[in-house]
Design a protein around this ligand. Sequence first.
Ligand code: NAP
Length: 253
Amino acid sequence: MGKIGKRFQGKVAIVTASTQGIGFGIAERLGLEGASVVISSRKQINVDEAVEKLKAKGIEVYGLVFHVSNPQQRKNLIEKTIQKYGKIDVVVSNAAANPSVDSILETKESVLDKLWEINVKSSILVLQEAAPYLKKGSSVILISSIAGYQPESSMAMYGVTKTALLGLTKALAAEMAPNTRVNCVAPGFVPTHFAAFITTSADVRKAIEDKTLLNRLGTTEDMAAATAFLASDDASYITGETLVVAGGIPSRL
Ligand code: NAP
């Protein structure tokens, strides 16, 4: 990790799906830079553990159970954040599901619905809930994927939902301007629980590393650094953009 500044002193950041992996890394980074962070995920035990880990690093943190497709918990997340900290400066929408490796034409309707619901609709709904509190200088980050540019066959429909987030970023950037900037991070391959396939086989891992120009997998810290940049005032003239953080895996011109 490079030198950590204090760009989020006095700010309040909500990071969804943040008790492990990339979301946790983002919460940690924003917290180390001075933000009060609100973390959440489906399981209370994961929330409690993550809160303890962040507190141990001196981070001001508040943890809640929030399954991104639960309307009551969604309302509760925003209400409790406002009760505790009085405002919201940053929202990072990070939740995703990838329940099947079927081809698109073989994907069951219920799975198509779930992919849309978790990967796209939940981001919209949480922002609808947060929007009244997002004031001048606030910032939203959506977490897409390199698969949004190149949907590989094993994760094709997941990739398509991540492509939708690229469009959502542009549309919301226009809708929420000029007070709120909306940007997106498209991670490459980061060995997390979600992407355990990367490291279960040495061959798969090598094939992915070989696709990168930088000859390595991504880390949660890499994704957190990019997210923190876009969320910070260092990016105050950037909105509607997607930053690909994938070690040089081809994405777009
Ligand atoms: P991860 O390590 O498995 O972490 C997922 C986190 O989300 C956990 O804290 C989990 O906690 C929570 N969660 C899962 N489903 C949820 C739901 N429905 N509602 C609320 N919380 C939920 O995953 P990750 O790899 O960091 O992935 C994070 C994001 O990065 C996703 O949007 C993914 O598409 C994107 N991404 C990842 C990679 C990669 O290579 N890892 C690449 C590109 C993009 P609970 O189990 O307690 O809910």
